[in-house]
Design a protein around this ligand. Structure first.
Ligand SMILES: CC(C)(COP(=O)(O)OP(=O)(O)OC[C@H]1O[C@@H](n2cnc3c(N)ncnc32)[C@H](O)[C@@H]1OP(=O)(O)O)[C@@H](O)C(=O)NCCC(=O)NCCS
Length: 185
């Protein structure tokens, strides 16, 4: 399976149909999916993998599997999803992590890597994250990824914050990481 990128603790690779069982441990967990309309059932997980594989073929990006280097387990997903927001095609950084791996900075590590990868490989001016206002952990990951709230939109029938980072701002963070979120807190 194709590896897309690597961070100190994680490998990001394309999702395959065989990932359905470990993914269900994430996408079918009610607490992990509390900000979604409902957790995915078995068929929902299979369809979700298929949608991601179609986006790899069409756009070259989508959510990728997060594999922990130490154990080789799939513990989540993170990647770049093309989304139509307010009639504009934008590239969103998304992430879901298995609950027993929360609070270790793993989602932040993956999201920052996806941001760098996106600006290096896609001709985009900005990248976004679409987040329900109540989803504090996800908002913290977006902030750690250098993003700020750009606007608020109704998306798939629910209010969402559109977090955003422009290429110029991302370049400045890369050139001078001390300006990054951790140091400026
Ligand atoms: C969002 C998610 C991926 C974050 O994963 P994570 O690896 O635990 O995130 P990090 O360890 O990088 O932590 C990010 C920040 O959020 C904070 N945070 C994490 N969980 C929190 C919680 N339940 N309540 C408040 N803050 C929380 C962390 O403390 C950290 O900030 P801090 O160090 O400044 O305090 C994970 O919570 C998850 O899978 N959530 C469910 C799926 C989801 O909603 N995805 C996003 C859809 S938009």
């Amino acid at each position: 399976v194709q590896t897309v990128l690597e961070t100190p603790r994680l490998i990001l690779r394309e999702l395959v149909h065989e990932d359905a069982a470990p993914l269900a441990g994430i996408l079918s967990d009610p607490e992990t999916m509390q900000f979604y309309p409902a957790p995915y059932d078995r068929q929902g997980v299979v369809d979700w993998i298929e949608r991601n594989r179609r986006r790899y073929a069409e756009y070259g990006v989508s959510l990728w599997a997060l594999v922990l280097k130490t154990s080789r387990e799939l513990i989540g997903d993170c990647g770049i999803i093309p989304q139509h927001v307010d009639g504009e095609l934008l590239y969103e950084i998304g992430y879901h992590l298995r609950r027993d791996f929360w609070h270790q900075g793993l989602a932040t590590e993956a999201a920052i890597a996806c941001r760098s990868w996106g600006f290096a490989h896609l001709p985009v001016h900005r990248m976004i994250s679409l987040i329900r206002p109540q989803n504090v952990p996800s908002r913290r990951v977006a902030e750690r990824n250098g993003m700020t709230i750009w606007k608020e939109v109704e998306w798939r029938g629910l209010p969402h914050c559109v977090y955003s980072i422009t290429r110029e701002h991302a370049d400045r963070l890369t050139a001078s990481p001390s300006q990054g979120s951790r140091a400026s807190r």
